[in-house]
Ligand binder design. Sequence first.
Ligand code: G6P
Length: 369
Amino acid sequence: DMAEKGGHPDFMIKEILEQPRVVRDTLVGRLTGTGELDIDELGLTYEELDLIDRVYVIACGTSYHAGLIANNLIEAWARIPCEVEAASEFRYRNPIITPTTLVVAVSQSGETADTLAAIRDARIKGAKVFGITNVVGSPVARESDGVIYTKANKEIAVASTKSFIGQVVSLTLLALLLAQVKGKMNTRQVKLLFHELGDTAEQIQWIFDTQQEAIHEAALACKDAHSALFVGRGMGAAISYEGALKLKEISYLHAEAYAAGEMKHGPIALIDPGFPVIAVTTKSPVYDKTVSNLKECEARGAKIIAVATEGDEDIKQIADHVIYIPPVRDAFSPITATVPLQLLAREVALMRGCDVDQPRNLAKSVTVE
Ligand code: G6P
């Protein structure tokens, strides 16, 4: 058992620590000498891709959170209207689908029942489908026009970590491809972003090498709470959703995530002295706005844990605990900023005596509705 875990106490930590490799493997060989992106199975011609005028990203669970990030990137870079939706919702409404609609299905296992049903339905309605999956030859891979494999290798812990990072990297490639095909980015810009994307592997390693103590302290501050709130804006909001999901699924501590600007419309009522607020306050165009939301929490006695950019000393004035990530372009911040939240969730779960690999009531893949 210990050998299977590579000498680590649980699969979750083994898989978290593999993430720099997942970034590298997912990117290897993807950029040709002429600056074209090389996708496992493109399935569609550039002409067909250029005609795409609407994108839906559909997924479940952690994969849905990767979709939230893709949604931001596809709209920002390719300028195509994009929506992200839980597959279980998408399949039971009547979304607008035409032959120029692209449905991007994200699934680690490639066999989640709702995601597969949504793909089938979308294809009947004429959509093109692109799959992002970790399992070669899985139903999602077989039933999609195009595929990008996430190269995470087998993931055993029920709570998804390394495959999430592989999904975000793969979806970033897809967003770059769409931007290139749509003429919104030239080869030089694609190359620059591609190399910066690769740099996140070392940035994740830096977090492992320098932030363990800070994460441990933050976990001690959360472990006896009844509830915790995760907040951020923009990419920080998407990261918060994933952070809250990780914490609740393995530690059974109630956690919810909110876009920081929405706090004043409800969740701020929860805050009393000592209430943990985990905030993603990395440097971004909305940094100041997030900090002002945090000041409102601080004034009500919240215990604030901030995930911030290395070098940001000011954040220490409001945060009780700070976990740093290296400076990174906002578009790539989810790849690094999610990692300390995975580690935080695991530490809290262990402190609470939980089995981090096999949380109660959950399954690794959900093949029935
Ligand atoms: C289950 C797993 C989650 C996963 C979700 C979607 O709930 O416990 O970790 O995110 O299914 O799975 P998929 O394989 O489609 O990504």
